[in-house]
Design a protein around this ligand. Structure first.
Ligand code: GYE
Length: 344
């Protein structure tokens, strides 16, 4: 009973300390931020929890804030731009030292970014970039970008698919450069940096192979549930039997689609070749079951780089605006060996 009470009291105390989205870094209220002569406060606007990737990213940010003893005011926008606007405005009111932010979509931020600039608060964009009105450069409003190159990720996916279709093919055909290869594409959240970049990279690269025909293209909002729903609808359409390849702009949508393909009596990974982006654990499980063919890596473990950059900016030390993440790709030839060392 006593023990239970003690545990309860600790929990209540912790509840107060961590309330209102505030998270005390380093486990103690005091102290200074690593690399600084004072403790700094970071307002962090995350977009939501739509995918395994996002959860890994959030966990990385929170853990790194603890490690650096940075006070994190964390806000989850649940995929809504207006929620992010509110969070950003509240960060200005609270006079945070620095803002970390993943913009849910690329456009519509000009006014709020001006307000933040006027308030003199540096902004670090994490994982997704913004597009401002013509003539304005994001570099004038955003101090640093930390994340992947979405264009090259999709280009790598095209290269993997073309190579596989030429050398191995699916259960019905190989790519001889002439036969039509019919592709279905599940896109991410419309207008997000990841969707825009991956679509651009895909379109550029696939245009070199005119026998690849897109027969389906729709958003699945980066979630498993929507990936499954959209694929279900495609599998019921008269063109279902024509799909040779599925490209999903993230692993979660591919994993949802795999269920729909199986439910329709087809073999994912053999009847339909499936490639996605992220390389989360769920994708490795699907590759080991031979249901997903390949995944292009997109690293979500950005927390340490975000905190390090924040400290450098506040110390007026030089930074590089964007250091691209170094990434790999996985398929049935290397997934098993890589699996044990995967961190997300
Ligand atoms: O690929 C997807 C997530 O913006 C890179 O967002 C990120 C993407 C990631 O939900 O899984």
């Amino acid at each position: 009973m006593k023990k239970l009470l003690a545990v309860l009291m600790v929990l209540i105390a912790a509840g107060f300390a961590f309330g209102a989205g505030r998270q005390q870094g380093g486990g103690s209220a005091g102290g200074v931020t690593k690399g600084m002569d004072r403790k700094i406060v970071m307002g962090y606007s995350q977009i939501g929890a739509e995918s395994e990737w996002r959860t890994a990213c959030t966990n990385s940010v929170k853990a790194a804030a603890e490690e650096y003893n940075i006070e994190l005011i964390f806000s989850d926008a649940q995929q809504k731009q207006e929620n992010q606007m509110q969070a950003l405005r509240s960060f200005i009111r609270q006079k945070v030292d620095v803002i970390g932010w993943t913009p849910v979509v690329e456009t519509g931020w000009d006014a709020i970014l001006q307000e933040i600039k006027d308030a003199g608060i540096p902004v670090i964009c994490v994982d997704r970039q913004v597009t401002l009105a013509a003539g304005k450069r994001q570099e004038d409003y955003i101090s640093a970008f930390i994340g992947s190159n979405m264009i090259t990720e999709a280009q790598k996916a095209v290269q993997w698919i073309v190579n596989y279709m030429k050398t191995t093919g699916n259960s019905r055909k190989k790519d001889d450069g002439k036969v039509d290869i019919n592709v279905a594409i599940l896109e991410g959240t419309t207008g997000s940096g990841a969707q825009v970049g991956r679509t651009e990279g895909w379109n550029q690269e696939i245009s070199k192979y005119p026998n690849y025909k897109t027969i389906f293209r729709q958003t699945g909002n980066f979630t498993r549930a929507e990936g499954q729903q959209v694929m279900e609808a495609w599998m019921k359409s008269p063109q279902a039997n024509d799909i040779d390849v599925l490209f999903a702009q993230n692993d979660d949508m591919a994993i949802g689609a795999i269920d729909a393909i199986k439910a329709a009596g087809k073999k994912p990974g053999t009847d339909i070749i499936i490639v996605s982006i992220d390389s989360v654990k769920g994708a490795f499980d699907a590759m080991l079951r031979k249901e997903l063919n390949a995944t292009i890596e997109c690293n979500p473990l950005l927390g340490p780089q975000v905190m390090d950059t924040a400290v450098k900016i506040l110390n007026n030390q030089p930074i590089t605006w964007w250091v691209e993440s170094v990434e790999s790709q996985f398929d049935w030839t290397n997934a098993e060996a890589a699996y044990p060392s995967r961190q997300y």
